[in-house]
Design a protein. Structure first.
Length: 282
């Protein structure tokens, strides 16, 4: 089976030519070759490379450069600005580039919480026109409710809920009740055009590897969405202060809560169908 990580990040050291806006948890730099070395060490065939919003905002140029250098290993995803009146043009240009698989909306405070907001709906409509899934990073009751309404307003748009729709830590320990908003996440599964990324799940554990306490809540997610709408991933390198890359991969390989066929779907099969992309084995 192909093993595909649904979200990784690459970035270079902060420098005047491509300055950081802010600092993301992680090493001073993670280049494309660095990420491929980590993937090769644990048998991950490919990954979706998400341009780092924290550092680069709307500038996707480094992620694009990495993807172009390693087109057989990475698909690339760009954050777009829902408040930009010309965002539909940005999406059209992005869709025409080789290696691009999706766009992303960061539901920051600057983005309206109104499901009728014309900017967000413009993004979702343009994405559907170009057959691009939309990753949406939104957490908390207000945002999760909004995402449900947006899914209903845009039934032809493939929406992907980032990082379980649950707040995840940058540093240990995990929150005392990390799954308290799980019922809201499960309710979103009623919308058949919403898929969910099981990225960063291990960071919510109160135990050491192999993080056995995450499996009951994850089982509820799998039951609600069906494995064909669930995609495993590490959110590397955001999770670097909580676990190793190997632990993030192996925790899903060693568990007895997944059959081999379940694992094949969750760790690559569903992603290939949802994003229409797969790596090319050497």
């Amino acid at each position: 089976m192909l093993t595909i990580d649904a979200q990784v990040h690459c970035y270079e050291r902060n420098h005047p030519g491509r300055p950081w806006t802010a600092v993301l948890a992680g090493p001073p730099e993670v280049t494309g070759p660095d990420m491929i070395k980590a993937m090769d060490s644990v048998g991950v065939d490919g990954a979706l490379l998400v341009s780092v919003y924290t550092m680069y905002r709307w500038d996707e140029s480094y992620a694009v450069a990495v993807q172009k250098a390693h087109p057989d290993r990475f698909g690339v995803i760009k954050p777009v600005n829902a408040n930009d009146p010309k965002v539909a043009d940005t999406i059209a240009d992005w869709a025409a580039m080789p290696g691009t698989v999706a766009i992303r909306i960061m539901m920051t405070p600057e983005i309206s919480s109104d499901a009728a907001d014309p900017g967000i709906n413009r993004v979702l409509a343009a994405a559907a026109k170009h057959d691009l899934p939309v990753n949406m990073l939104g957490r908390g009751p207000e945002r999760l409710e909004q995402l449900g309404q947006l899914a209903k307003r845009n039934p032809d748009t493939q929406i992907v809920l980032d990082h379980l729709g649950i707040e995840q830590p940058m540093m240990p320990p995990a929150p005392a009740e990390p799954w308290h908003e799980l019922p809201l996440v499960l309710k979103l599964a009623e919308n058949k055009n919403v898929a969910i990324k099981i990225t960063g799940a291990c960071t919510l554990s109160h135990e050491k590897f192999p993080y056995k306490d995450i499996w009951d809540p994850l089982g509820r997610i799998f039951d609600a969405y069906g494995l064909d709408r669930c995609m495993w991933g590490t959110d590397w390198t955001r999770a670097v202060n909580l676990l190793t890359y190997k632990e993030g991969v192996d925790s899903f390989r060693v568990t007895d809560r997944l059959s081999d066929s379940d694992r094949a779907i969750l760790m690559g099969g569903s992603l290939q169908k949802i994003y229409g992309w797969s790596p090319k084995k050497a």
